[in-house]
Design a protein around this ligand. Structure first.
Ligand code: UN1
Length: 541
């Protein structure tokens, strides 16, 4: 089979570079107007290809202004069980489908996503409050994940290897390790899917991470029960679109089931149900480790592919390009209101430039427009939920009482019925609780340092290890950083963002330490292997 080269979608970049920025905006604005017309409808779940309704519904509202997006089903444990059964029934045929056919179905799926990209991006902005740039970038990321994984499956020929041992002229009377045989032994080593995967998606990347995790599971031959984020922070309409697009691409009924409902019912059923072979999850460390402990505590052997957040640090050395560092840190800490696992939450700045850095950072933070993210010029939209607002307010209180609030900290009245806050910059002691806890809101901790090695130690002194950044032109510091930093996704002198914005196929997005369990990243060479188990089949002729 001819190798198809992988290329990133890069929608915004392509429009702008071909002088069509206005066209980009028009397509997004038109999509905003057209998707609005669909809001308020009642949507079913899809189990085994059939519409299923629960006795209760969940009303999803936009965090921007409370607009009702739709009524979705409040699925229960029983619905999760039905979906697991449907996925189990679909498994045999789907897992027996050749890898090339699976890859080609997913390539089609990527094309379907691509043809609806502005519509999907517009819904995404309404659902979680992202700016148009973040939303289109995320939809691109989803398309990239699907195409990249299809490519990997083909490049690796479905991960099948054949080996053999030639016959020997020597015959032994009893076998032992390494014993020669007069017969030829042929061996096939294959990667076999596990069965049914529960996919539990986060609100912050409900298109790309959902599509990436689901594709990872399905393209390798597993079947899926997919639960979009359905409580507190809801993103069920993009979840439904993913279902519809996969169906349009020809993914057979039962291979991908869409079940909405609270994690305590639907997600928990994935954990306790024997017929769920694996769970792929992106979310908080508490939920991720909680699921693993519960499953193993019950004696259930499940595979977990999890990404569990971060407390990402950046070091700004005295040898940094200061303006680049300011801009990279501000984008990474405050883009999408810091609601990314990859967001910068701590920055260690050399004492000699600390005051200058803080003053420039405050200027940059002040320049970010806060408000309706559908407005082209807005950089920071609303927080996703009341819980997020509470986390923000608590962090600000703690910084005020046992540290210093350097900038921000207030809720903003935008005239919209949503939760809008200022970006906040705080300074606290290295042993302060805010230094270790993932917050997922736009609160950035700044601390000074004298010695570079101390800064690296401080950066590492948390349970997480997802992303990290360094701004320095000094070779020694760069080497010390890359040799000692405990993080999976590391950026040096990145102007667009200090720690966010990993690109499929270019970086790997991977957590170390408490940020993951497998140590393998998404959008990279080793992702798909996590959804299969090896089997060696030996045949002596
Ligand atoms: C996340 O927030 O869970 O690198 C993932 C990034 C994105 C992925 C973030 N590509 O910021």
């Amino acid at each position: 089979m001819a190798k198809i080269a992988f290329g990133n979608e890069f929608t915004y970049k392509k429009f702008v570079e071909s002088g069509k920025e206005q066209e980009f905006d028009r397509l997004f604005d038109d999509a905003v107007n057209s998707v609005k017309k669909e809001f308020g409808r009642k949507h079913p779940m899809y189990i085994g290809g059939k519409e299923v309704f629960a006795s209760d519904t969940l009303t999803e509202r936009s965090p921007i202004d409370g607009t009702v997006i739709g009524q979705f089903q409040k699925g229960t444990r029983e619905h999760a069980r039905q979906a697991i059964k449907a996925a189990q029934e679909a498994f045999e045929e789907w897992s027996a489908t050749g890898y090339a056919e699976r890859a080609s179905l997913f390539r089609k799926a990527a094309d379907v996503f691509s043809s609806h990209k502005f519509e999907l991006s517009a819904i995404l902005s309404f659902e979680n409050g992202k700016s148009r740039y973040e939303s289109v970038g995320e939809v691109d990321e989803a398309i990239d994940f699907i195409r990249y994984y299809a490519n990997e499956l083909e490049i690796n020929k479905g991960y099948l290897r054949k080996t053999s041992l030639q016959r020997s002229t020597t015959k032994v009377s009893a076998g032992f390790q390494g014993a020669p045989s007069t017969r030829e032994e042929k061996v096939q080593i294959r990667m076999v899917p596990y069965g049914v995967f529960g996919v539990i998606a986060p609100f912050n990347f409900p298109v790309s991470i959902s599509a990436g995790m689901s594709t990872g599971a399905m393209i390798t031959g597993n079947t899926v029960v997919f639960k979009p984020s359905s409580s507190d922070s809801m993103t069920m309409l993009v979840g439904l679109k993913i279902y519809e697009y996969l169906k349009e691409a020809g993914i057979p009924a039962g291979v991908f089931n869409y079940v909405t409902g609270p994690g305590s019912e639907v997600g928990d059923e994935f954990v306790v149900n024997r017929d769920v072979a694996g769970i792929v999850f992106t979310g908080s460390r508490a939920v991720g480790t909680g699921m693993i402990m519960k499953a193993y505590g019950l004696g259930l052997q499940k595979t977990f592919v999890v990404e569990m957040g971060g407390k990402n640090a950046v070091i700004v050395s005295k040898n940094a390009d200061l303006d680049m560092a300011v801009s990279g840190v501000a984008s990474a800490a405050f883009g999408f209101d810091g609601q990314k696992c990859s967001a910068t939450s701590r920055v260690y700045v050399h004492d000699s430039i600390k005051e200058m850095f803080i003053s420039k950072l405050i200027d940059k933070a002040r320049s970010f427009r806060i408000g309706n993210p559908l407005d082209k010029s807005v950089y920071m939209g609303p927080l996703i939920s009341n819980n997020a607002l509470k986390t923000y307010a608590d962090a600000i209180d703690k910084a005020k009482s046992s540290g210093r609030l350097l900038y921000g900290g207030n809720r903003i009245d935008t005239g919209l019925d949503g939760l809008y806050v200022e970006p906040a910059i705080v300074e606290v002691r290295p042993d302060h609780e805010l230094v270790r806890k993932e917050l997922f809101v736009p609160v950035l901790i700044v601390q000074g340092y004298k010695d570079f090695d101390d800064a690296v130690n401080l950066a590492n002194d948390v349970d997480y290890g997802l992303t990290a950044g360094l701004y320095s032109k000094n070779r020694k510091e760069i080497l010390a950083f890359i040799n000692h930093v405990q993080a999976g996704t590391v950026y040096l002198n990145r102007d667009t963002s200090a720690t966010t914005g990993a690109i499929v196929g270019l970086h790997t997005f991977v957590g170390w330490k408490g940020s993951s369990v497998g140590g393998k990243g998404s959008g990279s060479k080793f992702y798909l292997q996590q959804f299969m188990r090896e089997q060696s089949i030996s045949l002596t002729k």
